[in-house]
Design a protein around this ligand. Structure first.
Ligand SMILES: [Mg+2]
Length: 215
């Protein structure tokens, strides 16, 4: 099971909140360009984080206030009980995802996302899951879906936004809300709408998948 983070596991778009609070106001223009598909995630992140002067600790203090979907812990327990793999797939950053999860007592979750390294000479970004197949994203969710499928897993995907659209039509089951749901409907692609992770969990419980088949 692959789950998006910003807007899905948390109701917040954390990366945009970080830009608004800690980056230069001009970054909002970069966010607009990204939303229009005119610049990639690595371009947006490099431009915006270059203007950040706050320390890692200052930003983490802010991140501690971000809420999580209250059903995420139950969804993780459900996956564990059934023997399903669960991973967060995000075009955001491992750093803040891990920090927010830890603040809510959630540990040991696999995270595929972009990386930020804080060092004495400033911060550095890297994109270990980039694929030229999805050049606008730092993390290619499509490549990750295909990797699990090549290993013989069925992939259930949960998402909400622009960084998820490339997986539409590629997953075995897709739960969507917000703009991802609109995109699926506009493209007549099979999708299960959801409002929150409690609804996803209730729907999953009704289904009869054999253990070890869900990536
Ligand atoms: Mg999202």
């Amino acid at each position: 099971m692959l789950c998006d983070f910003d807007g899905t596991a948390t109701p917040c778009i954390v990366i945009d909140m970080l830009y608004r609070k800690f980056a230069a106001p001009s970054c909002l223009q970069m966010v607009k360009l990204w939303e229009q598909g005119k610049i990639s995630t690595p371009e947006e992140m490099r431009a915006c984080f270059a203007t950040v002067t706050a320390s890692q600790a200052e930003m983490e203090h802010f991140l501690s206030t971000i809420p999580l979907d209250p059903a995420l812990a139950d969804l993780l327990d459900f996956c564990k009980q059934r023997g399903y793999h669960f991973a967060i797939v995000s075009d955001g950053l491992v750093w803040y995802i891990q920090h927010i999860l830890h603040c809510h007592g959630i540990h040991n979750v696999t995270i595929y996302a972009n990386e930020i390294h804080f060092g004495p000479n400033g911060l550095r970004l890297s994109f270990p899951w980039y694929s030229p197949e999805t050049p606008l994203r730092g993390t290619s969710k499509l490549a990750l879906v295909r990797r699990y499928q090549a290993d013989g897993f069925q992939v259930v995907f949960i998402g909400d936004g622009l960084s998820d659209v490339e997986v539409v039509g590629a997953t075995d089951v897709l739960y969507a809300r917000a703009s991802l749901l609109d995109y699926c409907r506009a493209h007549h692609s099979p999708v299960i709408p959801f409002l929150n992770l409690r609804e996803v969990l209730e729907d999953l419980r009704k289904r009869d998948w054999s253990a070890h088949s869900i990536g």
